[in-house]
Design a protein around this ligand. Structure first.
Ligand code: SF4
Length: 459
């Protein structure tokens, strides 16, 4: 596919009936999309629709599944009730059902709202999360939307205009004072939504203060973005593309490391000339492009797709970084892949890569205690077990720790794992805390045991 200059046009639920590409779907399927879009935010754009989706393969096309609402994202009873209310245009009832469904979807997984928001002078700091000692997440207020929305996004509450569910910096910009007072923070991740939805001058207002001497402790500025996949024109021929690239250069010239944490879900997002040119231009500024994505059923639950994606990323000079596990939020029942299968997919993809492409860690859960890496499966005292490790930890002392959990082929998240049966010969003191996503209580303890190198099965 070759690059063509274009202006961005958002496609929303109001366009569903008029979008020519969707005329191949039945009226019932289009209605189902409209019903589901009452709960989950929907937004695509002309680049996604015209260049990324292969409409001859719809509804199974991975980019279509990635961006357009699917009926089974709601459970049958939820869908039935909401569809009935939508048919009757019963607005109060629609609002009630939508609020009820959203309330059950674990809108802030992994303690984002309760445990990650720091205090300054005893008050919560708006628009920042500080979960890991070295890294702070900043949510610029103008960067809390995206060029298109992923159907599986764990940040879905950011887009549904429920202020109580939204993280965003405010006018006081207190987060800057917080960052200045915390010299242990070496990395700032600008995130959203997608911060690169902002114009370059808005982004500059968040970045330039960090280049001042009082922020010398911040060595790395990361920008979490899906723009190279959903709107690569952002770096190529938008009105302020050059201004954006010069800002990247300025960060690099200041001596800080600039990492674009680029979200690519499928190799098809790398296949257009515009996407490739965007990556070339970003790398030309001195920024490093690190790539990451969750493993998603219906989208990329296929080892060959990951091998091809990582291979092409390496060819383009990117660094594969993470294969995440789909978070326990939103339509988790529809998108989740059991941990055991995720491990199989990761290992099969990993084995097909040369050494230089084996940089992605996975499958990894961004869970309440930290980033939990599913490293392998082994046997401990006759019990089949997952080998897990904390790559990052809310409690810095736990980072790097390995532990076991009972093998369960159906488990999809840390909170579904259970301890090994007690075995005084292996189970040591010390536990990894986990939070039950239904009750909110920290009730699950996964005993940690020593792991010898011969017991571990890493690929
Ligand atoms: S681009 Fe990122 S923040 Fe935006 S919808 Fe997709 S996963 Fe969510």
């Amino acid at each position: 596919m070759s690059r063509t200059h274009r202006r961005m046009r958002f496609i929303t639920i109001r366009d569903i009936e008029d979008l020519p590409q969707l005329s191949r779907l039945s009226a019932e399927d289009r209605f189902a999309m409209r019903v589901v879009a009452h709960v989950f935010p929907f937004r695509a754009n002309n680049y996604v629709v015209e260049e990324l989706i292969d409409w001859s393969r719809v509804p199974d096309d991975p980019i279509f599944r990635l961006t357009f609402p699917q009926r089974d994202m709601l459970k049958p009873a939820e869908f039935g009730a909401l569809a009935s209310a939508v048919r009757q245009d019963a607005r109060t009832e629609i609002a009630r059902i939508v609020a009820s469904i959203r309330g059950r979807l674990n809108p802030h997984p992994a303690g984002q709202a309760d445990d990650n928001v720091p205090l300054l002078h005893g008050e919560p700091v708006a628009g920042i999360q500080h979960k890991y000692r070295e890294t702070a997440l900043v949510f610029p207020s103008a960067g809390q939307t995206c060029h298109a929305y992923c159907t599986y996004c764990f940040r879905w509450p950011q887009f549904v205009r429920t202020d109580a569910l939204k993280f965003a910096t405010d006018k006081s910009r207190t987060y800057l004072s917080y960052l200045a007072r915390h010299p242990e923070i070496t990395d700032v991740l600008l995130t959203g939504g997608d911060p690169l939805i902002m114009k370059a001058d808005r982004l500059r207002a968040h970045v330039e203060p960090l280049l001042q001497p009082e922020y010398d402790h911040i060595q790395t500025i990361r920008i979490g973005t899906k723009s190279p996949a959903y709107w690569p024109h952002r770096f190529v021929d938008d009105a302020d593309s050059e201004e954006l690239l010069r800002l990247f250069e300025r960060i690099v010239d200041s001596g800080k490391h600039l990492a674009l944490m680029a979200h690519f879900s499928h190799w098809r997002e790398l296949a257009t000339g515009t996407a490739r040119e965007a990556i070339r231009k970003i790398r030309g500024t001195g920024a490093v492009v690190r790539t990451q994505a969750p493993l998603i059923r219906h989208v990329n639950d296929d080892a060959r797709a990951w091998t091809r994606m990582w291979t092409e990323q390496v060819q383009l000079g990117c660094v594969p970084y993470y294969m995440f596990v789909e978070r326990d939020t939103g339509a988790h029942h529809y998108f989740s892949v059991p941990l055991a299968r995720a491990l199989d997919i990761y290992q099969a993809a990993f084995r097909r890569m040369s050494g230089i492409g084996r940089t992605a860690r996975g499958p990894v859960m961004s869970a309440h205690p930290g980033k939990v890496h599913v490293q392998g499966v082994t046997h401990v005292a006759g019990q089949k077990a997952f080998v897990l490790a904390l790559l990052q930890a809310r409690d810095p002392e736990q980072a790097g720790r390995t532990f076991f959990a009972r093998y369960d082929p159906r488990a999809t998240w840390l909170t579904e794992l259970r301890p090994l049966a007690p075995d005084p010969g292996h189970v040591q003191a010390g536990h990894i805390l986990s939070t039950d996503r239904h009750s909110g209580q920290r009730r699950q303890l996964v005993p940690r045991v020593s792991v010898s190198s011969t017991e571990r099965q890493t690929p």
